[in-house]
Design a protein around this ligand. Structure first.
Ligand code: ZN
Length: 291
């Protein structure tokens, strides 16, 4: 009787772990850690030249960088050199390059009603980096283009250099920003855990997505790029809330004085529209990676 009781308890314990945390996914990836750092650095240089960024010294950039680094300190996996930049763009969007450079549009900060919502967007991007979604997507494309015999030779060497030698044109980043619905779902779930670990209410990510979905229903065009870079896996609001429900409730961080001050600053700013940026890029040059 006692042993039966013990085995029942054991089964119950195994079936419902107290803390079922999201594990970062891995997958087919031709890029070594060093490759990824290298291509990420090249793509970031290109983006920094080809996008209208707020200076890193501006109070808004400094705040985003501090918040991003606080979240990244709770990211599982390899320690990528995370860096955060604010694009002076009105449309809501954010994206991550391999190796940890993350960009967020000023319009996203204007649209965030709480620090937790903003933390959610950054945590989602960090989760893309952790799970190496950029280089995994590029690897998949390469595997489709390159004969297997050649791929076998590439493996274990500097992939990016070898690929270039083979004349494979995959402009830095033409695949890095194309997230699949599967990657999106993974970034949502891991992002939920990262923001929770950093002290923010994870339901705020669901609230932010719900807000975007409402807006997209009205006038879609301003959110087209967001949903193209981060395609809706289908039930993302529900999925984030479900993941949040598995986390023990605790006292969450409120809006910091820095967030409130930055919100005041950005309320008075007029970021460029996508159209204005396209004109600006005609003069400055457009990054290959931007679609
Ligand atoms: Zn995404």
């Amino acid at each position: 009787m006692l042993s039966r009781f013990i085995s029942l308890v054991l089964i119950a314990t195994l079936a419902v772990p107290a803390f079922a945390r999201v594990q970062p996914t891995t997958g087919f990836d031709l890029y070594s850690h060093e490759d990824e750092l290298q291509v990420g650095k090249e793509a970031a240089l290109e983006m920094n030249r080809g996008l209208p960024l707020l200076p890193d010294s501006s109070p808004v950039s400094r705040y985003v960088s501090d918040l991003g680094k606080k979240l990244a300190s709770h990211a599982p996996g390899e320690p990528w050199p995370y860096a955060f930049h604010v694009v002076n763009q009105k449309e809501i969007n954010a994206f991550a390059l391999p190796g940890g450079t993350i960009y967020i549009n000023l319009g996203t900060i204007q649209a965030a009603d709480s620090e937790a919502e903003l933390a959610g967007v950054l945590a989602h991007e960090i989760a893309h980096v952790v799970q190496r979604h950029g280089t995994r997507a590029a690897s998949k494309e390469m595997a489709a283009e390159v004969p297997l015999a050649l791929l076998a030779g590439i493996l274990g060497k500097s992939t990016a250099a070898q690929a270039t030698a083979l004349g494979i044109s995959f402009g830095v980043g033409s695949y890095f920003l194309k997230n699949s619905r599967q990657s999106e779902s993974e970034a949502d779930l891991l992002g939920t855990d990262i923001m929770y670990d950093a002290g923010y209410d994870p339901h705020a990510l669901a609230e932010f997505f719900a807000k975007l979905e409402d807006q997209a229903g009205g006038h879609g065009s301003e959110l087209d790029q967001f949903f193209s870079d981060h395609p809706d896996p289908g039930n993302r609001v529900e999925a984030v809330n479900q993941e949040a429900a598995t986390l023990a409730s605790k006292v969450y961080a409120l809006n910091s004085p820095e967030f409130l001050s930055v919100k005041q600053t950005v309320a008075g700013m007029k970021p460029m529209t996508a159209e204005q940026i396209a004109l600006w890029q005609k003069k400055h040059g457009k990054p290959d990676s931007a679609n």
